[in-house]
Design a protein around this ligand. Sequence first.
Ligand code: SF4
Ligand code: SF4
Length: 297
Amino acid sequence: MPATKFICPNGNRIPIKSCLAACPQKERCLFLPTLRAIAVSVDRGIKEPTVTELIAGVRETYLKKTTDFAVAPQSVLYALHGQAVHTINENCTDGEILSEIRLKDQITSGKFDLYGKILDEEEGVLGDLKVTSSFKLMKALGIYKTRVATGEIYKTGLKKGQMKYRNELRADGVKHVLDWAIQLNYYRMLLEKEGFTVKRMFIQAMCRDNNLRIAAERGIDQSVYIIPIKKISDQWLIRYFAKKASQLYIAMQTKTLPKICSSKERWHDRKCLDYCDAGENCPYGQQLRFEKAKQVS
Ligand code: SF4
Ligand code: SF4
């Protein structure tokens, strides 16, 4: 089921259709065309699970397919940024680059962004466009903070006699791009099944908060980064997607709530608390949100 309700800035919930027909507030919280675009973006009308849905937790995808949920228009606005970037690129392929084609196999379907001569003179390059946060980019680029001794000693105060430290950024950490790599590699596999050779894969990641101080503190000083993606074996991909597709299929057939999403899938609970659209229909998400609300009140 797609999202059926909007959450207004004052916390009220309203069916999306009613919101679009007439806002009960004195003034809309966003322009009407923006709200219409958001309504379209939260209902893609695809029944079978897609590559991106299978990468998410099975419980999350199950709940989003079987229960009504509400979204705050302002919090899903970033999805429109992503779509706008896709459209801009799609309109500039000059007929020589393939883009935005949905491919299917027995397990799932996925729509790749760009394929062809997109980076240099080499054909067969697969590209994916992302609009993401400086936090995710910092992780994807392997940037991390480390405490370095300055060589100076505190001369007064509580820390008198102790070494002074400062935070330094390093860029030689683990590159956390597994989800992006799984997604892009599945598109590669779908393209190869259709007879297209994929020689290299890249993500073009645009930072949505790159001019904020927090982004600079995370070492993100460019608005866009090109990130190479390595090949993952087809065998591994098929096993991973077939298992999740089968878990989802069984859950849908038996109408049984799948087991809790893995710690990684739920971003170590951060997603359950603030970012999972299925959170209010998930017992685990409900419990976490209840405890958080109790702490605040
Ligand atoms: S326009 Fe905004 S405030 Fe008005 S009903 Fe829709 S979501 Fe609520
Ligand atoms: S709230 Fe957490 S556990 Fe529940 S569906 Fe969402 S991500 Fe999964």
